[in-house]
Write a protein that binds this ligand. Structure first.
Ligand SMILES: Nc1ncnc2c1ncn2[C@@H]1O[C@H](COP(=O)(O)OP(=O)(O)OP(=O)(O)O)[C@@H](O)[C@H]1O
Ligand SMILES: [Mg+2]
Length: 505
């Protein structure tokens, strides 16, 4: 990166308010051609808002934007696209019932004499997908793809046209490690072509791998910008310094694990099978225990959880609670039996975006309140308010519609919802996906509080440090089977991975 080339994007003195929230307060940000500039900050810090201003989704209240040195006004998405700005949104933005190719070329379909050239569209899309090493068929409907592949379609969409700047807002949150590798290869290719990349992620290790510079926001304010590397390419930045910049204090403990005192068995799964995936899984979990379910994406971890709570039909096996065999036909039965499941895809299964924070939190627990013989709205809202405080959910009030919360804060609402539901057995599927470092520690502390209160917790996670840091026992899944169990003391990242990929022998 040469210092004589001007930045392709410069944003200065940018401010933006929403009702009740100052999302951005006089911030600045710039991107050079060919650099990957990482934007860091806690949930609700204003990262997505700034990038939506750059891509014309929101208009700034004040400040200046310059593209390649020239001041511009970006009134809408078209303006921004015209300036060569492309964005992959944090929330998936695809049209599910259209094909992959249609999504890639939406609004810009290749035409011959005014008529959409379908053949060209499909071949060009396929070329693009193959070039990204994705095994995705351009003819497939987006709804038929797993979330990770949908995210890669977004990437394909963004790189399909000549772009000067590509913004990636948490692109890896649902990607498998193989897909992440492909994404990074793509980013490096873009860099070579002189494209500037803005990269937002809560996974700090990604910053070390892909970042050139990093800027930190906190509570809508600009905190600072640092170089990630030395001149020779070696890593210069200290993660601890970045964390301090992000949260305003240092975090002494990333995984505040408490000692586990095993109680009696609470949940037992015997030989569980489903048509699709599970090939006979058995597990036993005790009161006060945190069990981690590790494995690669597609190994069957989510399917196991869904089978337990009755969301998928089981073709064999049984589930016991406290030694008693359960008859769970649907998630409602599971809730009634005190088993709660926090899904990985919060948008789809976890939240009602049009309802406010309080309603979302209290939705599952409604039975609990009714059963106390008085549906007390006041009580309900008070408890919601407590949870919002405990989890430090950033919202102007509990009456705010959930759709207006930042991505990470939406995730916290899902967590609050299940805490409110008062389940004894809680299955968390990727509980900290998209959650900032500080809030992660809060969620871990909460898990501690839960198990100390005698609850049973199962965590499905793709982040091995989290599994190793917080779980008393770790079960590894591969191809629909549980292939290994580790005690906390015996588990290492390498050993887990070996079993996960089937290279243990
Ligand atoms: N359309 C909107 N209406 C009202 N408030 C909004 C809107 N969009 C964002 N906000 C608020 O602005 C603040 C910044 O949100 P933003 O989405 O930019 O955070 P973020 O840094 O991207 O967080 P995350 O890491 O959780 O994605 C938050 O308090 C959020 O609730
Ligand atoms: Mg965001």
């Amino acid at each position: 990166m040469s210092v004589t080339i001007p930045p392709v994007v410069e944003m200065e003195h940018i401010s933006k308010s929403f009702p009740g929230v100052k999302a951005l307060d006089d911030v600045r940000f710039s991107v050079f051609p060919g650099e990957v500039h990482v934007l860091l900050g806690e949930n609700g810090a204003g990262k997505s808002t700034l990038m939506k201003i750059l891509s014309g989704v929101y208009t700034k209240d004040s400040g200046e934007i310059r593209i390649a040195g020239d001041p511009v006004e970006l009134h809408n998405v078209k303006d921004a696209m015209h300036q060569g700005i492309r964005i992959i949104y944090q929330e998936l933005n695809l049209l599910n019932n259209l094909t992959v190719a249609e999504n890639i070329f939406i609004g810009e379909e290749p035409r011959t004499r005014g008529i959409i050239d379908w053949k060209k569209m499909f071949t060009e899309s396929q070329k693009l997908l193959d070039g990204l090493n994705l095994s995705i068929d351009a003819h497939q409907k987006v709804s038929e793809l797993p979330v990770g592949q949908q995210q890669m379609v977004e990437v394909a969409h963004a790189v399909s046209k000549e772009a000067k700047v590509i913004v990636m807002d948490e692109p890896t949150s649902a990607l498998s490690s193989k897909e992440i590798k492909e994404l990074f290869t793509t980013i490096r290719k873009l860099q070579k072509r002189g494209v500037g990349v803005v990269y937002i992620s809560h996974r700090l290790e990604e910053l070390l791998e892909i970042g050139d510079r990093v800027t930190v926001f906190r509570d809508g304010q600009y905190i600072g910008t640092r170089n990630v590397r030395e001149e020779d390419g070696s890593i210069k930045i200290q993660l601890n310094d970045l964390i301090t910049m992000m949260v305003g204090r240092s975090l002494d403990q990333q995984f505040p694990k408490v000692k586990f005192t095993p109680g009696e068995e609470t949940l037992r799964i015997e030989n569980l099978q489903t048509e699709e995936k599970l090939r006979g899984c058995s597990l036993s979990i005790r009161k006060g225990e945190i069990l981690g379910l590790a494995g690669l994406m597609g190994a069957g971890r989510t399917e196991l959880a869904r089978a337990v709570i009755g969301a998928d039909r089981i073709t064999g096996g049984s589930v016991y609670r406290g030694g008693k065999r359960l008859r769970i036909r649907n998630p409602g039965d599971a809730i009634a039996q005190g088993i709660g499941y926090l899904p990985e895809d919060r948008k789809l299964h976890g939240l009602v975006l049009e309802l406010d924070v309080a309603k979302n939190i209290t939705l599952t627990g409604i039975k609990r309140i009714i059963s106390a013989f008085c549906l007390s709205l006041k009580k309900e809202r008070k408890e919601a308010l407590n949870l919002v405080g405990e989890l430090r959910i950033k919202t102007p009030s509990i009456s705010q519609q959930v759709r207006y919360l930042s991505g990470g804060n939406q995730q916290k609402v899902v967590v609050a919802k299940w805490l409110f539901a008062n389940s004894d057995i809680l299955i968390f599927d990727e509980p900290t996906r998209g959650i900032d470092v500080g809030a992660k520690v809060e969620i871990y502390r909460l898990l501690n509080t839960l198990v100390e209160a005698g609850k049973t917790v199962m965590i499905i996670s793709s982040e091995l440090p989290e599994i190793l840091g917080m779980c008393d026992r770790i079960a590894v899944m591969r191809e629909g089977n549980i292939v290994k169990e580790f005690l906390r003391a015996d588990a290492t990242q390498d050993a887990i991975l070996k079993y996960a990929i089937g290279a243990e022998a």
